[in-house]
Design a protein around this ligand. Structure first.
Ligand code: ATP
Ligand code: MG
Length: 426
C-alpha cells in the first residue's frame, strides 16, 4: 500500500521544521492579536460553489466531492466536499456564530490541510497545508479601512522575515469593487471577442465563462496578446482608486516593499479591491508562497450580513521547500537527545525507566536503551541519537554515581545523581 498520489507522509526530522514554522506563525499572530479558528475539514459543497465560484479551476475541476448517503429515514443525503481552501469555512463560521454582532473586528487565523485534485508536482500536492488569517467584521467596526489591508501586508512581511525567508517579492493590485469588475469584464470581453481565436484552448473557454481568468494564463505564446488587453486599473472608480492609494501610502510609510502588477487577479471569484501575492524565486514554477486579498461581498454571497474582510493563505509546503533550500535550516536539522540511558542487564530496565522518568520530567530529552543490549551495541545506538550516554549498572544504582560519556569530547565522567540534570543540560 502506498500513500495516494499527490499526498505524502511528513516524517522527522522534517516535521521539526514544520513545527518551527507553525510556532513562529502562532507567535506573530499573537502579537497582532489574532485568535485561532479550526473549522471542519469538509463542508457542504454549495459553500465552495457559492464563495470560490462555479467557474474557477478549484470548483470546476479540483474539488473532492462525494454524495454522503443518509443513514436514517430522517436524514437527507448531502453533497459534501473536502475543503479546497479555508476562507469560505471561516466566513461560514462567522455567519453561523453571529460573530459580527459583537461589533468587533474578528481577527482569526488557521493552520490546516486543504485538498485539491491538481496535477501533482514539486510544490503542488493534492493534500497541502495552509496557514492563513482573516480580518472580517461589520463596516462600522472598520473592516473596510485600507489600514487593515496595509496591516495584514505588513504582518506578512514581518512573518516571512522572522521565518528567515529572504528574497520574497510582494505583488500588489486592486481588482476593484464588484461594479468595477463588471465594467472591466465588459471591456475585456469586447477585446477578447476579437483576439480570443488566437489564444490557447483554455483561454478561449475562459473568454466566454470567466474573462478575468485569461490574465492568469501561463502559455508563452499568449503573453503578447494578454499584455495588450485592457488593464483593470483603468476600470476602477474613484472610491476604489482612493482605497488602493491609501493602502500603498501606508505600506510606503512602513517601508514594506511591493511591486504593482495590474495583471494579478487571483484564482478565486470572491476577491475585491486589494489583491496580492508573495512570490519566491527559489520555488520554480510554483513560485507563489501565498496569496490573498479583500472579499467585501463574500459574506452576503453565502447568505450572511454585510461583512467586508481581507485575508490570505500561505502554502506551508512551499515555505518548507524554501527554507530547506537555505543554509539556515541545515544546521537546525539534527537535534540529538540530551542523553541515552544504557542499563547493564535486563534486571536494571526498571531502574533505567525510573532514571529516564526523572530526567525527562526535568525537561531533558532522553533515549532509553535496553538491558538486553551488549555495551558495544548501546554505545553505537547512543552515538546516533544522543550527545551523551549514561551507563546504569549495579554499581551506579548502589553508589548513586553515574558514568557519563560525552561523544563530542570523548571524555568520561562520574556524576552524582543529584547533579545529573544540570550536567546533561549543558
Ligand atoms: P497557484 O497559482 O500556485 O496554483 P493558487 O492561486 O491556486 O496558487 P491560493 O488558492 O490562493 O493559490 O492558495 C494560497 C497558497 O496556497 C498558494 O500561494 C500556495 O502557496 C498554496 N497552494 C495552493 N495550492 C497548492 C497545492 N496544490 N499544493 C501546495 N500548495 C498550494
Ligand atoms: Mg492553484
Amino acid at each position: 500500500m502506498k500513500a495516494v498520489r499527490g499526498t505524502r507522509d511528513l516524517l522527522p526530522p522534517e516535521t521539526e521544521l514544520w513545527n518551527r514554522i507553525e510556532a513562529i506563525a502562532r507567535k506573530v499572530f499573537a502579537r497582532y492579536n489574532f485568535g485561532e479558528i479550526r473549522t471542519p475539514i469538509f463542508e457542504d459543497t454549495s459553500l465552495f460553489a457559492r464563495s470560490v465560484g462555479e467557474e474557477t479551476d478549484i470548483v470546476s475541476k479540483e474539488m473532492y466531492t462525494w454524495e454522503d448517503r443518509a443513514r436514517a429515514q430522517s436524514e437527507k443525503a448531502q453533497s459534501l466536499t473536502l475543503r479546497p481552501e479555508n476562507t469560505a469555512g471561516v466566513v461560514r463560521a462567522y455567519i453561523e456564530h453571529k460573530l459580527g454582532e459583537s461589533g468587533q473586528l474578528q481577527k482569526l487565523y488557521y493552520i490546516g490541510p486543504q485538498f485539491r485534485r491538481e496535477r501533482p508536482q514539486k510544490g503542488r500536492y493534492r493534500q497541502f497545508w495552509q496557514i492563513g488569517a482573516e480580518v472580517i467584521g461589520p463596516p462600522f467596526a472598520g473592516s473596510e479601512s485600507p489600514l487593515r489591508d496595509a496591516e495584514v501586508l505588513e504582518m506578512l512581511a514581518t512573518l516571512l522575515d522572522e521565518l528567515g525567508i529572504t528574497g520574497w517579492k510582494l505583488e500588489l493590485n486592486s481588482v476593484g469593487s464588484a461594479a468595477d469588475r463588471a465594467r472591466y469584464n465588459e471591456a475585456l470581453r469586447a477585446v477578447l471577442d476579437l483576439v480570443a481565436p488566437r489564444l490557447c484552448q483554455d483561454c478561449q473557454r475562459r473568454a466566454v465563462t470567466n474573462p478575468l481568468r485569461v490574465l492568469d494564463c501561463k502559455v508563452p505564446e499568449d503573453q503578447p496578446i494578454i499584455e495588450a488587453l485592457p488593464k483593470i486599473t483603468d476600470s476602477l472608480d474613484q472610491e476604489s482608486m482612493d482605497h488602493f492609494a491609501a493602502v500603498t501610502a501606508a505600506l510606503d510609510a512602513a517601508g514594506v516593499p511591493y511591486q504593482l502588477n495590474p495583471r494579478l487577479v487571483r484564482g478565486l471569484d470572491y476577491y475585491t479591491r486589494t489583491t496580492f501575492e508573495f512570490t519566491h524565486g527559489g520555488l520554480g514554477a510554483q513560485n507563489a508562497l501565498l496569496g490573498g486579498g479583500r472579499y467585501d461581498g463574500l459574506s452576503e454571497a453565502i447568505g450572511g450580513p454585510k461583512a467586508p474582510g481581507i485575508g490570505f493563505a500561505m502554502g506551508l509546503d512551499r515555505l518548507v521547500l524554501t527554507l530547506q533550500a537555505s543554509d539556515a535550516d541545515q544546521k537546525a536539522a539534527a537535534r540529538p537527545a540530551h542523553a541515552y540511558i544504557a542499563p547493564l542487564g535486563e534486571n536494571l530496565n526498571p531502574a533505567a525507566l525510573v532514571l529516564a522518568r526523572e530526567l525527562r520530567r526535568s525537561g531533558l530529552s532522553i533515549e532509553l536503551g535496553d538491558g538486553s543490549f551488549r555495551l558495544k551495541k548501546s554505545f553505537e545506538a547512543a552515538d546516533k541519537v544522543a550527545r551523551r550516554i549514561v551507563i546504569l549498572g549495579e554499581d551506579e544504582v548502589q553508589s548513586g554515581i553515574l558514568t557519563v560519556k560525552d561523544f563530542a569530547t570523548g571524555t568520561q565522567s562520574k556524576i552524582p545523581r543529584a547533579e545529573l540534570v544540570s550536567f546533561l543540560a549543558e
